[in-house]
Design a protein around this ligand. Structure first.
Ligand SMILES: NC(=O)c1ccc[n+]([C@@H]2O[C@H](COP(=O)([O-])OP(=O)(O)OC[C@H]3O[C@@H](n4cnc5c(N)ncnc54)[C@H](O)[C@@H]3O)[C@@H](O)[C@H]2O)c1
Length: 325
């Protein structure tokens, strides 16, 4: 049984705690840490774990095997690095960190560490995405020509650290928009080369953008787009993702997938639920620790998503397309 410490006991930590509670004897939450001791005590009440105010206390405990980092974005890099150096396996909520430079520091630490690190890219674990990836890998639809991903919803809960650029790392794009970014990278067959982005603050009182629209050109000539917003629902009820290939097209959500081939034949699959992507992600993390295998998403994938986001922010600032190095 893997002994886990959750660091950061806010909103998403509760979702993770629920997932651990459904894993039977595979994992146990031993300690929970939050600078706000009341929040730690509340999560401790739900999980039966021991609450602490200082996360370094859990890093020095010998009865903790792994940490699950659920902190504000500006703290991710530091706590990932400290956790690996303290010989804990680590999973960190999105975004992995704030920049590709921070990602490089994490990658260097991983190289020197005997422990496993996984960025928590939960949307990769949904049924629709996994089935789309299986079909793309099978290659029956031919070459990928265009990938679009989106995540737009009205978010009325933006307060505190999320309103500050220094703590969030930007605006909505590096928060919710990080999901469609790693998803785009996961579903595309090539690497992004050119990024041209627009940002806007339509509705929310925050320093960064509450809406971003990113267009991309990939190395192999295929194209892509990312649309994410906290100001409105998906325009035209656009699906979570679409992948257009030479001989057909995939359109999907967390729990559904439609496949239309070039002759117009369509098939659709719907699953009763998305299978709880957080539970699947956490189970995958535990599997990888136990079997010493490389996770489906690695720190390199985190860096790749941040590369696109950083280029998008640069493009918004310049009003010009930006080429990724
Ligand atoms: N995967 C998803 O769909 C999803 C959804 C929501 C949030 N998240 C991610 O989860 C992370 C946390 O988001 P949240 O919504 O739970 O935020 P939150 O503000 O609800 O919780 C953050 C917690 O961290 C604590 N904290 C701050 N500084 C600390 C420190 N130095 N030491 C210990 N604790 C400290 C705060 O007191 C707070 O309780 C973010 O990275 C966010 O992007 C992911």
């Amino acid at each position: 049984m893997l002994s886990i410490a959750i660091i950061g006991c806010g909103g998403i930590a509760r979702v993770h705690a629920r997932a651990y509670s459904n894993l039977g004897d595979r994992a146990k939450v031993t300690a929970v840490a939050d600078i706000d001791y009341t929040a730690a005590k509340e999560l401790a009440r739900i999980t039966g774990a021991e609450p602490v105010a200082n996360y370094r206390e859990v890093l020095s405990r010998t009865d903790v095997d792994a940490v699950d980092i659920c902190l504000p974005h500006h703290l991710h890099k530091q706590v990932i690095i400290e956790s690996l150096r303290a010989e804990k396996h680590a999973m960190c909520e999105k975004p992995m960190c704030l920049t590709t430079q921070e990602a490089d520091e994490i990658l260097a630490t991983i190289k020197d560490s005997k422990r496993m690190f996984m960025p928590a890219h939960n949307q990769v674990f949904t049924r629709g995405v996994q089935e789309a990836k299986r079909l793309l890998n099978a290659g029956e639809l031919g070459r990928v020509l265009f990938v679009s991903t989106q995540d737009c919803f009205v978010n009325t809960g933006i307060t505190g650290w999320r309103t500050k650029k220094a703590q969030l790392g930007g605006g909505e794009l590096i928060d919710t928009g990080y999901h469609p970014t790693y998803l785009l990278n996961y579903l595309s067959a090539s690497r992004p080369r050119t990024v041209y982005a627009l940002g806007a603050r339509h509705r929310i009182r925050m320093e960064g953008e509450d809406t971003a629209f990113v267009t991309l050109g990939f190395e192999d000539g295929s194209l892509g787009s990312i649309h994410s917003s906290w100001a409105y629902e998906n325009p035209n009820f656009a699906p979570l993702f679409s992948v257009v290939c030479e001989s057909g097209q995939l359109t999907g959500g967390h729990n559904n997938l439609a496949v239309k081939n070039i002759s117009g034949e369509t098939s659709t699959r719907t699953w009763p639920s998305n299978g709880d992507s957080f539970r699947s992600e956490i189970e995958h993390f535990i599997d990888c620790v136990e079997t010493n295998t490389i996770p489906l998403q690695t720190a390199e994938d985190g860096k790749r998503a941040l590369g696109v986001i950083q280029a998008a922010y640069r493009s918004i600032e310049l009003g010009l397309p930006v080429t990724l190095s």
